[in-house]
Design a protein around this ligand. Structure first.
Ligand code: GLU
Ligand code: ZN
Length: 484
């Protein structure tokens, strides 16, 4: 087999959609599995839809997932440029080639005429399509349009008979009668190529071996196949990969929550989890194995195991997988990844403290961002809570007695590392005061964490250390004394 060359060809229209990155992952896995090349090409021919940092968002998303490319806009390659707006002369030359060979023609119809035509077709209940007027202009009529300098587009002259077939390696043969295919525009009046034209020219010139794109593009196959045929080019292998749907079986969209990889990253999903999860959205190894390392995916990924039914994006499964990968991270690595989430929440967190927290939080994290809600009290200077929550269902005197006893015990310890020993002694304190553990430790918990529910209390005190814990208890005592 010739070298595998595959491409991810997004349009820079915003933070890339997770479904689009799923397709990119399949393409990347195929390249890495087969020792081929993964090419990044930017399809920016629809300038109206473009956003300014579109390319950065694409590259950030790929980098985050670890999908590295061998040729692309930033690193170049032998088949560049890799940005379509920098390839306009190439498209023009190829359009000319088709015009000369009689496979394409100039169309001078005004937008008003086309609109009128569409309305009439709709009124008659016909499919809307170009009525071929300019395909059959006489040389004199054509010359008149040219003399008048009329705006024009280039259209493909689709054969009016026969049928067109694409051999899709996922769906089998897709066939359509040519009489049902529109004379599509190849070059727009602004001189930019349409997506369909540019994609075929580029896939050919860049020697793409396999084209993989989402199912939603299936209706476009005749446009592409007819172009390959008009040029007399070989058609690369084609596979339409399953669309990504929300749980309601509608196309995954903002209604279903986060949709861009950047959002998932910022919510605290691990790249490892996303890659594993996305690989199983439309691909499966044996219908049961769920956890795959990146290397296993590369080793096992084959095209015949891509499904043809639309795939559902199961958020619950992603959360489960993310928790799995979080629990699998070494302590230091998890701490390193958590720190930025605390910093972004404007907490003065430091690496050493976060590292100490790991045993307390690891099993409780579904997403890295959960660390903020779980552990913010560790890092704030002044805890905010109502005095009443110290008292709870008891009374100020009882609460004060508990805190004073705890304070006396804790002051004896230079470090709070020996959680078990300290806890045992505090239990004795509670007993001597005639207080239930729930009462005694409940007051202490609020004093130390500001909350009635928190990470384990003894562990919290260990992480906070003497220097932070004792002032918190002293402050709670002072507040209760004011109250009493
Ligand atoms: N630019 C197209 C997109 O963003 C590429 C589709 C294809 O792979 O041909 O969907
Ligand atoms: Zn026309």
């Amino acid at each position: 087999m010739a070298q595998v060359r595959v491409r991810f060809a997004p349009s820079p229209t915003g933070a890339p959609h997770i479904g689009s990155l799923r397709t990119a992952l399949f393409v990347w896995l195929w390249a890495r599995h087969s020792g081929g090349k993964f090419i990044l090409r930017v399809e920016d021919t629809d300038q109206k839809r473009e956003v300014e940092n579109g390319l950065e968002l694409i590259m950030d998303s790929l980098r985050f997932l670890g999908l590295d490319w061998d040729e692309g806009p930033d690193i170049g390659g032998a088949y560049g440029p890799y940005v379509q707006s920098q390839r306009l002369p190439i498209y023009h030359a190829h359009a000319q080639q088709l015009i000369s060979s009689g496979h394409a023609y100039y169309c001078y119809c005004t937008p008003e005429r086309l609109e009128q035509m569409r309305r009439e077709q709709q009124a008659r209940g016909e499919p809307t399509r170009y009525d071929l007027r300019c395909r059959f202009l006489s040389p004199a009529e054509r010359a008149a349009h040219e003399r008048a300098g009329d705006a024009k587009v280039v259209r493909l002259a689709v054969p009016q008979e026969g049928k067109t077939t694409l051999h899709d390696f996922i769906h089998g043969d897709l066939t359509i009668a040519n009489k049902d295919v529109d004379d599509q525009v190849l070059i727009k009046s602004d001189g930019f190529p349409t997506y369909h034209f540019a994609v075929v020219v580029d896939d050919h010139l860049m020697q793409i071996s396999h084209v993989m794109r989402a199912d939603e593009w299936i209706p476009s196959f005749p446009k592409h196949v007819l172009l390959y045929q008009a040029f007399g080019w070989d058609i690369p292998m084609h596979g339409h990969v399953p669309d990504v749907l929300g749980p309601d079986k509608k196309k995954l969209s903002k209604r279903h929550g986060a949709t861009s990889v950047i959002q998932f990253r910022d919510e605290g999903y691990l790249a490892e989890a996303l890659v594993n999860f996305l690989a199983l959205v439309g691909w499966s190894y044996d219908d049961k194995t769920e956890i795959f390392t990146r290397q296993q995916l590369i080793d096992l990924f084959t095209l015949d195991k891509i499904g043809h039914a639309p795939a559902v994006f199961d958020h619950t499964k992603l959360d489960w997988m993310n928790g799995y990968y979080i629990r699998a991270l070494p302590d230091d690595e998890l701490a390193t990844r958590l720190l930025p989430f605390l910093e972004r929440a404007h907490l003065h967190a430091d690496a050493a403290t976060v590292r100490e927290l790991i045993p307390l939080v690891r099993a409780r994290l579904k997403k890295l961002s959960d660390i903020v809600a779980l552990a913010d009290y560790i890092f704030v200077d002044d805890l905010e809570y109502a005095v009443q929550s110290l008292i709870g269902k008891s009374d100020p005197t009882t609460a004060l007695a508990a805190l004073r006893a705890a304070q006396a015990t804790l002051e004896k310890y230079p470090s709070f590392a020996d959680e078990e020993k300290i806890e045992a002694e505090l239990r004795v304190d509670a007993e001597q005061l005639g207080q239930k553990n729930a009462q005694f430790f409940g007051v202490l918990r609020v004093a130390v964490t500001g909350r009635t529910v928190s990470l384990p209390l003894m562990g919290s005190m260990r992480v906070l250390g003497r220097e932070k814990t004792l002032p918190r208890i002293a402050r709670a005592i002072a507040r209760l004394e004011n109250k009493a």
